[in-house]
Ligand binder design. Sequence first.
Ligand SMILES: [Zn+2]
Length: 440
Amino acid sequence: MAEIEYFDREVETASRDEMRMLQFKKLERLLNKVYTSNAFYLNKFRQFGIALSDVRSLDDLRKLPFTTKREFEEDQEKHPPFGMNLTEPLENYVQYHQTSGTTGKPLKFLDTRESWEWRGKVACHILKGAGVNRADRILFPFNFGPYTAFWVMYEGAYQLGILIIPTGGWNSLQRLECMIENKATVIPTTPTYALALVETARENGIDLASSSVRSLLLSGEPGALIPHVREKLQKIWKASCFDYIGLTEVGTWGFQCTEELDGVHILESEFIAEIVDSKTGRPVSEGEVGELVLTNLGRSCMPAIRYRTGDLVKAKKGVCSCGRTFRVLEGGILGRKDEMIIIRGVNVFPNVLANIVESYIQAGDDYQIEVYKEGGIDEIAIKLQMKEEEKKEMIRRAVQDEVKGKLNLRVGVEIVPRGTLPKFDYKAKRFIDRRKGRVH
Ligand SMILES: [Zn+2]
């Protein structure tokens, strides 16, 4: 086994007590700044009657109210363009980003030089976690738009001193040729685009397995943590897959190490993570599923304090074999709070169904999972679109049987003609919730 590389060994292998002390020290510093000049949080804390002196330990964090995405949205609607969640004078901010706005108006986020460096440091932890080092060459196969995800990795790679190859504005074939010619070894991408590149490679007679790429860093959608997607990508690319997880509102908080393939570490030196019961807001018991609540410790300029992510997670017991003491979330994000389906008393996450479907289909095939209401009851329909004619019926039945066997659930599985399902380049939307007219 190769020796584990850390970005900051002392912090990453700290004992639980040391970590709590470090987190509290950073929290104090954050709250001191916020209480001095952040109008958004000052109003909020005042409404709840919380003074700075009320927070004397890490556990006291729970006295502070939660923050929701809706509050950030309302703040920016009322105080355009950037809202009141700004701790520093506007001229100190040097970077602009925004959310994609798929579920509402885009949220704008500003960074100061200091907080941007912090975001880069966070990415250094992630890159090192995936075993990336200075001998690597990292190729970014997309345009750098206003979304943070790949900018942050770019900053991290820059800080670590890794050779960065940008390929924005190019098509997939140009990117593949550049990748091969310059012997790129690491590709940050969405799983959907990693598969799109496979198609382009195939059409142009490029053998990805013999390329120098050794790692795919996946984000933007569940990928490395859906076992059958991971297997597919690893096999075709002959490369290891690592997921990293972030939210524009909070930062990139989760990453996979080289040893734990079924979970993500929470970057606890930079984020305080709580797992709470979605309804009561109280911490769940150890090992139970709950909603992830995050406080970022390095973005005092535009912080997120006790931010409700809406993501359901479950902490794993024990310490990871990579030596990091950062807690591990089993299976990463299990699903979105609002995506959980309860069908005839069975709790189902779309990802579990996706994994079953993925185990049967080939690259180039596609599927959609639809939830709808019939007679007041939630129902699931899986639509399959496949290239090969002969095996269709066999696969349709196999998926149906496996869902029945694993989840004790009868779901409709239907074959749809080619060209029926939408095609995605970067991020796929394969879960359609028709219960309230929403599409996730
Ligand atoms: Zn680990």
